[in-house]
Design a protein around this ligand. Structure first.
Ligand SMILES: Nc1nc2c(ncn2[C@@H]2O[C@H](COP(=O)(O)OP(=O)(O)OP(=O)(O)O)[C@@H](O)[C@H]2O)c(=O)[nH]1
Ligand SMILES: [Mg+2]
Length: 243
């Protein structure tokens, strides 16, 4: 809870929160000097995306966000910075620069006051791409994960993903016995909510973050679509995956 909430009540909290929201990311930019870190497979993959591209990595707790950042995108685990916003939202972001791109990960969902969704919306709105991570083996929470995506990411009135921003759904833990298959996740996350998703590039890829299965395929799709000289690729791939 925001520290001022106890003394000022909910209305003031909302105002304070809104007022500070735009300042939230300034410290992140200041903390991480822009420059080319050592060359890695991931930095080469994202080398051609526009400078300061923001890729939001989001999903419920335990979906695999930290594993993706630390084990697959980062040159070293300690390259991932944990950022606690200047206001006390109870949420921390993990931030990682990969070539010209910034990956920002945080846990979406849980038991939170409603104004937290404004935080979600703001993050979604500034994103140039969204990686939405879903634990395919957590059958009980797949519905919750979808509701969170719709509520903050897609249907927000003044926030949410901008038009045309690509959505990559990563279905993790496909190695586990009780995992839903990627095509089931696709039906649930894409086909059944196609009106909310709208006309944007989208893809669903099943991954095993223990072995890396599926990861480079998924990240290549994203980097290809964000790289200016291949801007037609999404249209081709999207067309071929639509049913
Ligand atoms: N078997 C299996 N385990 C996975 C996979 N992906 C992630 N895990 C495990 O799931 C657990 C949670 O992964 P994290 O990367 O910490 O998840 P997170 O989304 O960062 O979770 P929070 O920080 O709590 O929001 C870890 O023990 C991972 O090793 C996968 O594809 N297969
Ligand atoms: Mg984590």
């Amino acid at each position: 809870m925001h520290p001022s909430a106890d003394s000022t009540g909910p209305k003031k909290t909302q105002q304070t929160y809104t007022q500070n929201l735009s300042d939230l990311f300034k410290p992140i930019r200041n903390l991480i000097p822009f420059g080319a870190p050592s060359s890695t497979p991931s930095s080469r993959l994202f080398a051609r995306v526009p400078a300061s591209t923001v890729i939001l990595v989001i999903g419920l707790d335990g979906a695999g966000k930290t594993t993706l950042l630390r084990d697959y995108l980062s040159p070293r685990p300690d390259s991932v910075k944990t950022i606690t916003p200047t206001i006390n939202t109870g949420i921390s972001l993990e931030d990682l620069q990969v070539g010209p791109a910034f990956f920002q990960a945080y846990d979406l969902g849980g038991c939170r006051p409603p104004y937290y969704h404004r935080f979600d919306e703001d993050l979604f709105r500034q994103a140039d791409a969204v990686i939405y991570m879903v634990d395919a083996a957590d059958r009980d929470r797949v519905m919750e994960a979808r509701e969170e995506l719709i509520m903050s990411g897609l249907r927000a009135n003044n926030g949410g993903m901008r038009q045309g921003v690509p959505l990559l759904v990563l279905a993790t833990k496909i190695d586990l016995e009780n995992g839903r298959r990627p095509d089931q996740i696709e039906t649930f996350f894409i086909d059944n909510i196609s009106t909310s998703i709208g006309d944007r590039p989208r893809n669903v890829v099943g991954v095993n973050l223990k072995t890396g299965e599926g990861v480079s395929h998924a990240l290549s799709w994203l980097s290809d679509g964000l790289s200016p000289r291949k801007d037609t690729l999404y249209n081709e791939k999207t067309a071929s995956t639509e049913k």
